[in-house]
Design a protein around this ligand. Structure first.
Ligand code: XIL
Length: 712
């Protein structure tokens, strides 16, 4: 069919405008109600959701079906293998508010041979479904069909009434999910579709509306759409329109525009070219084929916009062939990351999952990052604010405010706090290593240290003596640890006591002033600074867990063995050590499965927990690989290819591989922390995290969630 070759617009309907449902939050007490008809004990589905046994029906009876019956299209066939039939009604008490009701049906009765043999009507909170025929809706027997109905409850009761017509009404399960304020405020329009559609995340898409001009078309439902989580969003479109508009409250939004080239009359790039303007953002000579990299491939354009006159608008301009669009999603910025399952729920049976929070997030200056953190994370690390340089910048000056804000933010959101870090060569002020009088020099430490002239932190400059002596430095370390750990006593679950004390070959980091000054160049004293740090941290908070943390443990066996030696040494001295943090600053091609498994298993074999403490995957493929902070700079963080579809696909694959290893070793892995919350907050640039620069979950997010689903 060549109907979208039309250059002249068929006016299908006059301008359609509508008012978005007002964004009223459901009452806080509202939770999801799940009733499994015909089952008399609770049932847990594959997502870990609990279904209550049968209740709330008036009249009728229940029946069990053959448990081996295969139900097509059902993620949880068990939901369809028993039913309540011949009832007059279903009702239950729930708080007033807006909900999405999902009604589960399957025709499993052997006495029904085709459509028209069981027909009934039902009414869900005022929404009438007349002459409902399960066989017809599901497309046959033993096939799942879920009817999704947005409803509002105003009298404390949710009610379905059934009317018998031919044979009996029957239903398998009922799910009533409260709509959050964020859900209600998001507008989702499925172009070219004329009934509501529920996507794989359970989000409801409204049927086609808001277009001026043009026409709609359905594509062959068997077309395979590459790169689409919900291919159905791409199998119908509106084309040749002049504009799209809808009324929404003023504010900031992320608009997502869904495109795919599915027309058989287009053979390559340059054959459909149009321009469009989204709330002032101009997209000139837009070519779906070129953007998506071919036909039948999903392409989603994400545009941050601001609405100031109560209307969201896209104007389309013809160029070559017709403009076309498949779906439009307008997400209030406050709803960042809200429409996907929460990572902390997805991983609740495995390990804590979290992120490094920066100061902007915890001080309320990045509310969308905070929204992601609150929804998804069960643990957090301060990206910088507990490091010596920031929390203890001068000998007698502690700067508690930023770190306190971090801890308060975490506590308010029931997020487990990790302290990072007490003893490290970087981000430590020079005064810590400076001698109080010139007479402390020369000594052995000075010579070694001087020769290396280390740099502290990214912008820090080294200095040339005089250096503190062993006793001076030990006393400073003791004061710092006692004060900082003591300040947060009982509020921090565990501390990275010593950070990055190893060289790549597994011996202690020779350039470290901690080693040089406290170790005094003697093998007998080399572990002294580590040993004392752990001892004093334990004194200051006997209940806190204590960790050693480092990078490249997953890529260098020698370095990993060095960490094992540290654990063994501390244990031999009777000191507490609970875990080793594998930072895991990875890349698209590393660590290898073998390297990561070696690290997890050899570390766990020493009897400590293993945690992934700083997870990110560098998308830049050239240049510096490691995590030495003095090597990470503006140049090394520049990545032109970060956003490319190919890069994001590789990123998703690497994340899936890493998480499948972490799940395999779940008994040893207690925590996984991303180093940042969304791409714009990453210290290595590019696109290394699960949420993009517009706060939207990426392909890598879905990949990670899918690993868990496959594991169940
Ligand atoms: C990084 C922070 O992300 C940056 O903001 C800062 O400029 C340098 O430090 N290993 C660690 C982390 O243990 O503390 C480092 O964090 C990254 C490498």
């Amino acid at each position: 069919m060549k109907s979208n070759k039309l250059y002249y617009v068929i006016l299908l309907s006059s301008t359609v405008l509508w008012f978005a449902a007002s964004a009223t939050a459901s009452e806080p007490s509202a939770t999801t109600v799940r009733i499994k008809a015909g089952l008399f004990e609770p049932y847990t589905d594959s997502n870990g959701n609990l279904w209550q046994p049968e209740k709330g029906f008036e009249g009728g009876a229940t029946i069990d079906r053959d448990p081996y019956l295969a139900i097509e299209g059902a993620k949880d066939p068990n939901l369809f293998l028993s039913e309540h039939y011949a009832m007059d009604s279903f009702s239950c008490k729930i708080p007033n508010g807006k909900y999405i009701a999902k009604l589960y049906f399957a025709e499993t009765f052997e006495g029904i041979y085709g459509p028209g043999e069981r027909v009934f009507s039902f009414n869900v909170q005022g929404h009438e479904f007349k002459d409902f025929d399960i066989w017809e809706k599901a497309g046959g027997a033993n096939r799942a069909y879920i009817e999704t109905v947005p409803v509002e409850v105003t009298n404390g009761e949710f009610r379905i009434t059934f009317t018998t017509q031919i044979e009996n009404p029957a239903i398998n399960a009922i799910e009533i999910t409260p709509q959050t304020a964020a859900d209600t405020a998001t507008v989702r329009i499925k172009a070219g579709m004329f009934e509501p559609y529920t996507d794989s995340n359970g989000n409801l898409w409204q049927p086609e509306k808001g277009f001026e001009g043009g026409s709609t078309i359905d594509r062959d439902p068997s077309i395979v759409i590459e790169g689409a989580k919900d291919p159905n969003l791409f199998l119908s479109e509106h084309y040749a329109m002049d504009s799209f508009s809808c009324k929404i409250p003023n504010g900031k939004y992320i608009a997502k525009l869904y495109f795919v080239e599915t027309y058989e009359g287009i053979y390559g790039p340059g054959e459909r070219v149009f321009s469009y303007n989204v709330q002032g953002h101009e997209f000139k000579d837009f070519d779906i084929w070129e953007k998506a990299g071919g036909p039948n491939r999903a392409y989603i354009e994400t545009v941050p916009v601001e609405v100031t006159n109560g209307e969201f608008r896209i104007d389309f301009t013809f160029n070559i062939e017709n403009p076309a669009i498949n779906a439009i999603e307008i997400i209030p910025q406050a709803a960042a990351g809200q429409s996907v399952p929460a990572l902390k729920d997805v991983f609740k049976d495995y390990f804590l999952i979290g992120g490094a929070f920066n100061r902007r997030l915890v001080m309320g200056r990045d509310p969308n990052a905070a929204a992601i953190a609150e929804k998804h994370f069960s643990t957090a690390t301060a990206e910088n604010d507990m490091k010596w340089q920031l929390i203890h910048p001068e000998p007698n000056q502690y700067n508690w405010e930023p770190a306190d804000s971090f801890v308060e933010f975490a506590e308010k959101n029931k997020i487990v706090v990790i302290g990072h870090t007490l003893v490290w060569h970087a981000q430590t002020p020079n005064w810590v290593f400076r001698g109080t009088s010139p007479t402390t020099s020369p000594n052995a430490a000075t010579e070694t240290a001087d020769a290396n002239t280390p740099r502290f932190g990214r912008r820090g400059r080294g200095f040339r003596g005089p250096y503190a002596n062993r006793e001076e430095l030990l006393q400073r370390m003791r004061g710092h640890i006692h004060t900082v750990v003591g300040h947060y006593k009982g509020r921090v679950k565990g501390w990275d006591v010593v950070n990055e004390a190893l060289d790549e070959n597994g011996t202690l980091r020779s350039r470290s002033l901690w080693l040089q000054i406290i170790g005094e160049g003697s093998e007998d004293k080399q572990y002294d600074f580590i040993e004392n740090a752990f001892r004093w941290a334990h004194e200051a908070d006997p209940n806190a867990e204590l960790y050693y943390n480092d990078y490249n443990l997953d890529t260098s066996k020698a370095k990993c063995d060095g960490a094992v030696a540290i654990v063994k040494y501390l244990k031999s001295k009777g000191l507490r050590i609970d875990g080793v943090g594998i930072q895991l600053h990875g890349g698209l091609t590393y660590p290898s499965v073998e390297g990561l498994e070696y690290a997890i298993t050899t570390l766990a074999a020493t009897g400590v927990k293993v945690m992934i403490t700083e997870l990110d995957i560098r998308t830049r493929t050239r240049g510096y690989r490691g995590a030495d902070i003095s090597q990470v700079n503006r140049q090394s963080t520049n990545d032109q290819n970060a956003a490319a579809a190919e890069t994001q696909k590789k990123l998703a694959e690497k994340y899936a591989e890493i998480f499948s290893i972490l799940l395999k070793h779940k008994k040893d892995v207690s925590r996984v922390t991303f180093w940042g919350v969304y791409d714009a907050t990453s210290w290595i640039g590019g696109s290394p995290l699960l949420f993009d620069r517009n706060y939207q979950p990426k392909q890598a997010f879905d990949a990670v969630v899918n690993v868990v689903q496959a594991d169940k």
